[in-house]
Ligand binder design. Structure first.
Ligand SMILES: Cc1ncc(COP(=O)(O)O)c(C=O)c1O
Length: 442
């Protein structure tokens, strides 16, 4: 279906975007964007009307699904009364959003600083941790992504960091529990004892915070072994280190809880969020902090600021989005559909020799592909690609299934409003597509 306001064809859109804009994390000659005209529920459409199942919620962010009238109405109403007030003002939507977040965030997280997205939230979280503790160092893992700005990219351990090095001072690595499909996962005891050793070697008294994605997103939907998050919390308490939970991707129902730390009943000192906070209808991020940290800034200056901090349109979008999670019971749906997804993923693993591993928690899922079922040699190397992975991506696109295909993996992260029939429809496409990668298995 083509809308009347559409003036450019899909090809014209792609050509102009490619000529006059830069696409992220890519050599521009390699990008092949899908032109998107409109979207509804779990689907989006090209100007020519080709339908895609959005099996990645765009960038793991459109959690409530596309085109929800309730959120659109809230944005429109806010735009009619007040589009912008500077961050030194107090607004109704800023007030109500912060109070609501204090209700749904874990532990005694009680005060929020609003930003434009995940990276800015993490930048501010580490600054708050440094100001509060008077210490400087921050520990982060290799298999983690925290955003594309200077500090956030230094916290990031994955290859997106490399081009930004040497990065900001004071960041060191704590051990990962997962080491790739062939080496697998450490036990909780192993990873925690190595983590404690690193803290001692770095000088625990010099460390302001540790930042982790409690469930890792782009680096592989890595669900920590039981006891890991509790153990990390205990180590932080033992050494007076703050624990920052980066819930930018895993938060807002994605894993079947409001926040992924809720699975382990962990109380972080700082929590960062974005994406699902507004389901990306308008850009917004936030850093949440415990009461005692917020109290520190009663007398001490909070050195941080952004022109678009607490932007009214974004706060209105977030309030309406949170109401949708509640009204439609989307977190419960993510939990239930996550169980269905688990069954579908296990079925793929049982029937396709190229499926080496699958993981999911709620509607946060991934498939790891291998080219040797015995050695588990990945279908594509670390930070690389392979013709079979490219062919699989091409097949998904041809069949109208959109998802991220990365290295030897692809993601299964639909909007949380998906139903069982839609989930099965998507997995039927995946099932057929895996014949391509199966053919490469030795
Ligand atoms: C865990 C995590 N943290 C931070 C970010 C950065 O968020 P943004 O792109 O909104 O700056 C992302 C983005 O993918 C993320 O997944």
């Amino acid at each position: 279906m083509t809308t009347t306001t559409q003036t450019l064809s899909g090809q014209e859109i792609v050509d102009l975007c490619r000529r006059h804009t830069l696409f992220e994390w890519s050599a521009q000659a390699a990008v092949d964007p899908i032109p998107v005209a409109h979207a509804k529920g779990i689907y989006f459409y090209t100007p020519e009307g080709k339908r895609f199942i959005d099996f990645n919620s765009q960038l793991m962010c459109v959690n409530i699904g596309h085109g929800d009238e309730r959120v659109i109405r809230a944005i429109n109403e806010q735009a009619s009364s007040l589009c912008y007030a500077n961050p030194f003002m107090a607004t109704d939507v800023r007030a109500r959003l912060a109070a609501k977040l204090a209700e749904i965030t874990p532990g005694d997280i009680d005060a929020f600083f609003f930003t434009n997205g995940g990276a800015e939230s993490n930048e501010n979280a580490i600054r708050i941790a440094r100001l509060y503790t008077g210490r400087h160092k921050i520990g982060a893992r290799y298999r983690g992504y925290h955003g594309g700005t200077a500090g956030a990219l230094t916290l990031t351990g994955d290859p997106r960091r490399w081009a930004a090095e040497p990065g900001i001072p004071g960041v060191f690595r704590i051990p990962d529990f997962y080491h790739g499909i062939q080496k697998g996962s450490d036990t909780t005891e192993e990873v925690l004892s190595r983590t404690e050793e690193v803290l001692e070697l770095e000088g625990a008294k010099t460390i302001a915070a540790i930042i982790v994605e409690p469930v890792t997103g782009t680096n592989g939907i890595l669900i920590p072994p039981d006891g890991y998050m509790q153990g990390l919390r205990e180590l932080c308490d033992k050494y007076g280190i703050l624990l920052i939970a980066d819930e930018v991707m895993a938060g807002f129902g994605r894993t079947g809880e409001w926040f992924s730390v809720d699975h382990w009943k962990i109380k972080p000192d700082l929590i960062t969020m974005a994406k699902g906070l507004t389901s990306a209808y308008v850009q917004l991020g936030a850093v949440g902090m415990r009461r005692q940290i917020a109290d520190h800034f009663e007398k001490n200056v909070f050195y941080g600021g952004l022109t678009y901090n607490s932007h009214p349109l974004a706060c209105a979008a977030a309030l309406a989005t949170i109401a949708v999670y509640e009204e439609d019971d989307l977190i419960e749906n993510a939990r239930k559909m996550g169980v269905v997804m688990r069954g579908l993923l296990e079925d793929l693993k049982a029937r396709h020799p190229s499926v080496g591993a699958t993981r999911n928690i709620g509607l946060f899922g991934i498939v790891e592909l291998v080219r040797n079922a015995k050695t588990l040699e990945p279908m594509a190397p670390f930070n690389g690609s392979a013709p079979e992975m490219q062919a699989l991506g091409k097949y998904f696109r041809q069949e109208g299934l959109y998802t991220f295909v990365r290295w030897n993996t692809f993601f299964t992260n639909p909007p949380l409003c998906i139903n069982e029939e839609q989930l099965r429809e998507a997995f039927a496409i995946i099932d057929k597509g895996l014949e391509i990668t199966d053919a490469a298995v030795k």
